[in-house]
Design a protein around this ligand. Structure first.
Ligand code: DOR
Length: 429
């Protein structure tokens, strides 16, 4: 099977390439990237006036299978990923049951074989049942394919457990994806504390509930030599801690989400639980700090934290509705529209943050168009203009904070391992 993608603007942040070129795929690999390739390919894709980039890699996705398939499952979640241009997604382990054993990973692998249209990279829990009390069998879980460990959804409050976890995982060179939140400070909170939470009468979550935990875990990573990756950084003080730690050589990386990069706590105005997320949306100053962090390299990558919840759960009073927003199908157009078209960051930097940057953190051979690499590719139309409509999403859930937003830019073809899995709005199986 061969595919020739012709006449596109090829952007490969891993190599710095940005020029009009053709890409030839043979079997599951990228065979050649060059001008004017003559080949008798089985399939040709005309990418004139389009961008050809490595398929996006999302380090932070909740697929909800097993246990909450009413919100999402591997079938729907990976189709949402493909439609959003993502060719690899990390599956977070806060499922029911929690993925904390080799059997859990084997189950995920077998479901992925039958139902997934993109690569699923499993993340296993740090503690048994994500209860924060006993560490898992890290070696066993790495052997069975875990690419990282996380108790995401819950912080690891016990510093000794975090210390042990960092020590053990350092032996396998895999990161802990760290949900930083001091629950003693954030308990019962629904949004970021500040003038808006007071005005709206919603209990606030102080910025220090995140940043104090970021500081603690940076110190523990320095002490143990482990690798900590801070999930969904949302406040300026956390960005400062990460920047300082990087300067001192600590093994720390971090991500920001599309919603924290483009929205603020002012969005809570209408008491719509589709803006209720953990960590909560921050101030405009926090948002500026995240964008500055993207530019200066403090924020390594962008991850969606795609967190599906049912309409019934979200259509509830703020105190009862769960935290989380979906992101796979809105990430690229929202980031392109609000960060690139506004001149905040360049297109190449955006693509770097969703391709090669997360791949490096996870030690993957992905996120590049290098010859010989896996043929995971996205073709983007930057001119298409439309309003975001979650009812048209492949995701089973609709808890999107960008409903009706006018955006530009859309993936028009997604190729995974040399197979077209999404083309012109349709999943191809
Ligand atoms: O808002 C969130 N939702 N944050 C998390 O950390 C977990 C996620 C979920 O699983 O719903």
């Amino acid at each position: 099977m061969s595919i020739l993608i012709q006449n596109g603007r090829v952007i490969d942040p891993a190599s710095g390439r940005d020029e009009a070129m053709d890409v030839l795929i043979e079997d599951s690999k990228i065979a050649r990237v060059a001008k004017g390739i003559q080949a008798n390919a089985d399939e040709t894709i005309d990418a004139k006036n389009k961008i050809v980039a490595p398929g996006f890699v999302d380090m932070h996705v909740h697929l909800r299978e097993p246990g909450r398939e009413d919100k999402e499952n591997i079938h729907s979640g990976t189709r949402a990923a493909a439609a959003g241009g993502f060719t690899s997604v990390c599956a977070m382990p806060n499922t029911t049951p929690v993925c904390d054993t080799a059997q859990g990973l084997q189950f995920l692998a077998s479901r992925a074989r039958d139902n997934a249209v993109v690569n699923i990279l499993p993340v296993a829990a740090v503690t048994v049942g994500q209860a924060g009390e006993a560490i898992v069998e890290f070696g066993d879980l790495v052997y069975y394919g875990a690419v990282a460990f996380s108790d995401d959804g819950n912080p690891i409050m016990n510093a000794e457990i975090m210390c042990r976890a960092l020590e053990y995982t350092s032996m396998f060179n895999v990161p802990i994806l760290d949900h930083c939140d001091n629950v003693d400070l954030s308990k019962d909170g629904q949004m970021r504390s500040g003038a808006n939470s007071v005005r709206l009468g919603l209990k606030g979550i102080p910025p220090a509930s995140e940043s104090s935990q970021v500081a603690r875990d940076i110190d523990l990573a320095q002490y143990t030599g482990g690798r900590v990756h801070i999930c969904h950084v949302s406040v300026r003080q956390s960005v400062r801690h990460v920047a300082n730690a990087k300067k001192s050589g600590v093994n720390v990386t971090c991500e920001a989400t599309p919603h924290h990069l483009t929205l603020t706590d002012a969005a809570m105005e209408g008491y719509d639980a589709n803006f209720k997320v953990n960590p909560p949306l921050g101030s405009e100053d926090d948002r500026r700090a995240l964008i500055e962090g993207l530019r200066d390299g403090t924020i390594d990558c962008i991850a969606t934290d795609h967190a599906p919840h049912t309409d019934m759960e979200k259509d509830n009073v703020m105190t009862e509705a769960p935290f989380g927003v979906i992101g796979l199908e809105s990430a690229f157009p929202v980031l392109y529209t609000d960060l690139v078209l506004t001149g905040e960051i360049g297109l190449n930097l955006l693509l770097e943050k969703i391709t090669i940057a997360p791949s490096r953190i996870l030690n993957l051979k992905k996120g590049t168009l290098a010859e010989g690499a896996d043929a995971d590719i996205v073709v983007l139309d930057l001119d298409e203009e439309y309003a975001i409509d979650p009812q048209k999403f492949f995701s089973r859930s609709h808890n999107c904070p960008f409903v009706g937003k006018q955006v530009k830019g859309r993936p028009v073809a997604t190729i995974v391992g040399g197979r077209v899995v999404f083309r012109d709005g349709q999943i191809v199986t």
